[in-house]
Ligand binder design. Structure first.
Ligand SMILES: CC(C)(COP(=O)(O)OP(=O)(O)OC[C@H]1O[C@@H](n2cnc3c(N)ncnc32)[C@H](O)[C@@H]1OP(=O)(O)O)[C@@H](O)C(=O)NCCC(=O)NCCS
Length: 173
């Protein structure tokens, strides 16, 4: 039987879980765990930054209002989903509305699909009608999630950063 994640935003009691969650991503890009926290930032400042991002206050250049959801399994963070409330030029072409990741030790247990679906539901709740989603063509798991959810294939382009073929989809919410 598949284990259900508790998927939600970080709260005041989650500092330990957040820091431990980062350890599961060691050796990978830190962005997979967080876009906003860096060494030395207090948990209070971290939560404030996330709240400001949600409300679109004092956004860093190139950012749009967004929500970060974390997936907890028995109190342990296994992955996350970043939900962009709107698209800017970059996101409209490459990043899309949703970005999700499951830390290496927790993959292939259905957690990526749960985070993807939670992100989709959150975006719908915010009033978005169609989600734009991209994934590397060779990312079989991500493609499967998007296509199984009913994503309409738009086209394939080259990612400007790593020159990898990237597929683009639209998903009705
Ligand atoms: C992509 C990612 C989120 C998938 O997470 P996950 O928890 O392993 O995904 P799931 O267990 O929900 O698997 C989804 C589907 O893909 C399949 N799958 C998972 N990993 C696979 C792999 N390496 N090869 C082939 N199929 C795979 C699963 O069997 C499942 O199919 P099913 O629904 O028919 O059972 C995870 O691999 C990851 O974080 N990768 C790095 C970050 C990333 O690429 N994020 C996506 C950016 S677009």
């Amino acid at each position: 039987m598949k284990q259900q994640l508790n998927i939600r935003q970080l709260g005041p009691d989650d500092e330990e879980a957040f820091l431990a969650g980062g350890e599961s991503w060691k050796g990978e890009e830190p962005d997979w765990h967080t876009f906003v926290w860096s060494e030395g930032m207090t948990h209070t400042a971290h939560l404030q930054r996330l709240l400001d991002d949600f409300h679109g206050r004092n956004l860093e250049p190139g950012k749009v209002p967004n929500t970060m959801l974390y997936g907890f399994l028995n109190g342990v963070i296994v992955g996350r989903c970043s939900i962009r409330h709107e698209l800017n030029d970059f996101l409209r072409n490459f990043g899309g509305h949703l970005g999700y990741g499951v830390a290496p030790p927790f993959r292939k247990r259905g957690f990526g699909t749960q985070l993807f679906q939670a992100g989709r539901a959150h975006l719908k709740q915010l009033g978005t009608k169609r989600a734009f989603i991209t994934c590397a063509t060779d990312n079989i798991a991500s493609r499967k999630m998007i296509e199984d959810a009913g994503g309409d294939y738009q086209d394939e382009i080259l990612d400007p950063f790593d020159q990898k073929p990237t597929r683009r989809y639209w998903l009705s919410l």
